[in-house]
Design a protein around this ligand. Sequence first.
Ligand code: GBH
Length: 477
Amino acid sequence: SVSLSYADSLHFPDNFTFGVSTASYQIEGGWNASDKGENIWDRMTHEHPNWIADRSNGDVACDSYNQWKTDIGMIKNLSVDFYRFSLSWSRLLPTGFSNYINPDGVRYYNSIINELLGNNIQPVVTLYHWDLPQPIQNEGGWPNIVTANYFVDYANTVFNLFGDRVKTWITFNEPFEVCQSGYGGGDKAPRISSSGISDYLCGKTLLIAHAKVYHLYGYYYRSKQKGHVGITTNTAWIEPKTNKLEDLEAAELVLKMTLGWWANPIFSKTGDYPQEMKDRIANISKSQNFFKSRLPNFHRDEIKMIQGTADFFGINHYSTLLASYSPLPNNVTVSFDNDVHVKLEVDPTWRPTAASFIYDVPWGFRKLLNWIKKEYGNPPVFVTENGFGDLGQLNDVDRINYLKGYLDALVKAVRIDGCNVYSYCVWSLMDNMEWAQGFTLKFGLYQVNFTDPKRKRVAKSSVEFYKNVIRTRMVPS
Ligand code: GBH
């Protein structure tokens, strides 16, 4: 609250926790070890190496399939409270379906979970970080509503296997990326290009799948396992370019159609998609001669089923964009971008970074946290990712500067603005397979040598920086 003294306001609360994050496809390798099945990233990188910046793939990645114990040593050295990692669905259920559980996959994740707990590090587990089993994609993948049921079976298997020890579950990492970038013409597997149609179908499936898994946990596991289930959304902060009303509305529309698409059905009092999003897509669909809106609607019972299905609001945040109004022409083609139809750009004074989508704009983080507080009634927020991409140098001063700025914005949002954020996590533990960027872009606190068959890891300067923040519970000036 505002009454805190200045010095006090710069400290993270005692119960605030810090962590570090990875994802299965980006670090594990062992792509066909033992019985592991093929997933959509295996398939896409093998069939279309030219879709990856350096023609690489995740076949070996950081070799964490073999080196998980070294990884946990690094995590221990960071003195973080928790480790956020994801499970490879195809490693546990090679075909995606729950009729056969791969013992090697079970052994692998048991070893990791037990070693973490033995070192007093809490496992935070993401069920889905983009690696859909290929056989399920063969049935249509996320745009097919039946995929929700297969996801529930997978989650059931996982709660059964690991829920005695894992107490924090994240159903989906970044549903916006899964649907928009995977099915709406982006660069993520399976790279289906059906913007304005498949992305919305995918979105409906994901929201239903998430809610069913939340209820599954509630009915069968919660009273015994006593854990928490949430979802991780993502967005840049969208700042209106000017104070003109049309630009303010444009910025708000973008937030509603990227973050609100997921957050409104789960966290708002009304449930369902944001009204602005529904109206917008319905009107444009009509002008395009569709009988119905391309945004598939929810039935009343589905709206109820989805509402309130998260114990925390997970958010990944990296950067800020400026929005301005752009008049909608008469005949727009079918696409998500045309449904939003807002001009997005960056301020020319912001310095570009190695990651094309990241600008170092820490005040945007504070504004975003305040927007979530206002829009959704100050839910408990878990910052599941924030980080900086560069070329991998050990003396990573730009990463340290970036983290400093964003952690400072965060501690102010918590102590001065009263935002209910209780946890923060850096992306990423180590350099890894950065999706379509391959190994050309590095987010790690630890460097990984990808030309070395041993994939030797070395601490960057940011390791000491982060340890110091955690130890002192404040951001150095
Ligand atoms: C996270 O997503 C992922 O969860 C993680 O796996 C990944 O390694 C990490 O980021 C670093 O990239 O403006 O056209 O350039 C971040 C999601 C990726 C969403 C980039 C926005 C910008 C596309 N963001 N994307 S563009």
